[in-house]
Design a protein around this ligand. Sequence first.
Ligand code: PGA
Length: 238
Amino acid sequence: MNKKPIVAGNWKMNKHPKEGFSFVDEIQDLLLDINHVSVIFAPPFTGLFEMNVNPPFYSAAQNCHWENSGAFTGEISVSMIKDCGANYVIIGHSENRQSGETDKLINLKIKSAIKSNLKVIFCIGETLQQKRKKITKQVLNKQIRFGLNKIKIKNNIILAYEPVWSIGTGVIPKKNELFETINFIKKKINKCKVLYGGSVNPKNIIVLKSIDNIDGFLIGGASQDPNKFIDIIKKTYN
Ligand code: PGA
């Protein structure tokens, strides 16, 4: 585990703004003295505006559009996200890929975000079918190559490896498999932090954090419950 791990909570389409604000206040109050872990909250767009976070706590959007403005009904631009005070944006989540987001669009979104100095949490991962066909590495390679096409990586991008078969299922990869996959990703993209995401919970965090090359976690379900989220954060750095 990295010396200063990142624990990011993806709330997906959950928590109304007020609920989100009090959740964030509660977590920040209860973890007042943490400084060796970065915590990121990713609420729905409606909860980003006026979210009051102070380092080592940060906020993230769950998606963005690649254009700055225009006739794009229902979309939100990078500058609008930045205006809300967010520091990060999640791009390429499998739930968006499944509803039609292509590598090409992901690439445009990442370019737009980093051009405006919004840090990116770039999600990649194979489906169960692809895992069974033993083509995980090819899939990840393609997602990385197209997603990051013509992009200069500094510390502006964090990878999140999220096997689709692990998201919301309670099943996580075997320790050695996960180590090997993260290693594969890190060899492809030098000096990039890699988070793991998929069914992280207060129990399996013990095993997951013992995997040397993981730099943190992207958490869905368990990030929406204050007790579970705090438990995971504490176990991550203890
Ligand atoms: P999960 O979701 O922790 O509920 O599996 C992870 C994610 O979708 O980022």
